[in-house]
Structures are given as C-alpha cells and as structure tokens.
Write a protein that binds this ligand. Structure first.
Ligand code: PEP
Length: 251
C-alpha cells in the first residue's frame, strides 16, 4: 500500500520559538486528520530537538533538510545522521534543488548521503526536478530520469522501502507557478516507470512520489487526484499551520 505524505520544508525560516509555536499549531490541527495521511515537518537543524519535544506522542514526523556526507569527524558546520537520529529525527530531505543549485550537491554526493541516512535508520525524501531551461528545451523527462537513476539505482528494493521521491520542478518552487496536474502526473508516471525498470512493478507501485512547487490548499486537490501523485513537499505554505493542514486535507 502506497503511503500518502504531506511534508513541510521550512527552509531557513522561523526562529526557534516561532518554529516551536508552528509545530504546536500543526500538532493540534493534525488531530483531526484522517488516518492514512502522514505529516512530516522539516525545520532547520537548530530547531530539531525542540520541535522533537513538541511532536512527541503526535502523528507528525520529524525530518531534517539535509545531512552530512561523512559519519563524523573534522567537518566543521556539518550535521551527521547519528546526531539526527539521536534526537528522534525520522526523515531527512536530500537533494533539494536549492542544495543542488547553491551548495554543489551532486548525484554522487547524494548516493553517499542516502547510504548513510538509510544505514542510520533515517527515511529519505529525495528531490528531483528540472530547471526552466531544461523544461523549455524539452529535456525534463531526461533530467528527472537521470537524477532518479543516478542515485536510486545504487540501492536495493529493500532500501527503497525507506525512500520517498519528491518531484519538484525548479521553475515552480517559490514562484507561484505550479505545474499543471497533467504536467506533474506525466513526470510522476515516468519516475515510477524508471523505478519499475530496475526494481520491478511491485516496488514501483509502492513508491511514494510527492509533488513540490507552489503547492497550496487551492491546487492540492487537483494534483493529489492524479494516480501517481501521493502527496506533496511543501515550502511556503508549510509555514502556516492552516495552509499546511489544508493541503493535507486535500486527498
Ligand atoms: C520546496 O522548496 O520544496 C517547495 C516546494 O517550495 P514552495 O512550496 O514554496 O514552492
């Protein structure tokens, strides 16, 4: 059975007290959410321990936005997977386009990070997606196929049980431009076929594939109605509990 997930990427927003308040509001509102939809919040590293306390006993899961590509040691400014699991983190986002674009995150690095995360017992939300030039050049299927293969083909079908893919067209992130449901669906179906090609149809069928890019309560229903869209990775709208929950109620 495919899991439905709505994950909120807070990026570099909120102070710790603001983040704690936001988490409290999400936990409160999530009580009314039908079972079967998993909520995940991904605050900045500085917030994780405090937000973990707020989430205790709730159905909201905790995610980091990134992790180090080394286990431990002299890597100033980095955060290891063992540090994340030690405060109760269950997920980490990896390969967000902002990390690929501004911090030189490569597919090779993502293989290492994904391996470390899975070995530590963290689930991975792996982001893929084309930029505007690539879409305009008609290369979006090729880009997303390559990003998916370059990372996930290094893993086993068993590993994939703990991986969620987020398709995030870069041109739709934070721009207010959402991919149409049809545009998103055709890429999601493509990603699923890339998974099926190596791991078989059953593994592909079970894979949760999220859409991200200016998703909000007003467009989530149409997106989530598509057969290969299993939820969303939400940026801006994840910073308001009402909007975030409004999206989660759109299945
Ligand atoms: C994101 O960055 O993951 C994202 C989807 O952002 P937004 O919802 O703001 O477009």
């Amino acid at each position: 059975m495919r899991k439905l997930i709505v994950a909120g990427n807070w990026k570099m927003n909120t102070t710790v007290p603001e983040g704690v308040e936001l988490a409290k509001a999400i936990v409160e509102k999530a009580k009314g959410l039908p079972a079967g939809v998993e909520l995940v919040v991904a605050p900045p590293f500085t917030h994780l321990a405090s937000v973990a306390d707020v989430l205790k006993g709730s159905k909201v899961c905790l995610s980091a936005q990134n992790c180090a590509d080394h286990e431990k040691g002299a890597y100033t400014g980095e955060v290891a997977v063992s540090m994340l699991t030690s405060i109760g983190c269950q997920y980490t986002i990896l390969g967000h386009s902002e990390r690929r674009q501004y911090y030189g995150e490569t597919d090779e690095k993502l293989v290492v990070k994904t391996k470390l995360a899975l070995e530590a017992g963290l689930k991975v939300i792996l982001c893929v997606g084309e930029n505007l030039d690539e879409r305009e050049a008609g290369k979006h299927f090729d880009v997303v196929t390559a990003q998916t293969k370059n990372v996930l083909y290094h893993f086993t079908a068993d590993d994939l049980k703990n991986v969620v893919i987020a398709y995030e067209p870069v041109w739709a992130i934070g721009t207010g431009k959402t991919a149409t449901a049809a545009q998103a669906e055709e890429i999601h179906a493509c990603i699923r076929s890339v998974i099926a090609e190596k791991f078989g149809a059953a593994v592909a069928e079970d894979m949760t594939i999220l859409y991200g890019g200016s998703c909000k309560p007003s467009n989530a229903k149409e997106l989530f109605a598509e057969k290969d869209i299993d939820g969303g990775l939400i940026g801006g709208a994840a910073l308001k509990a009402d909007d975030f929950l409004g999206i989660a109620e759109s299945f």
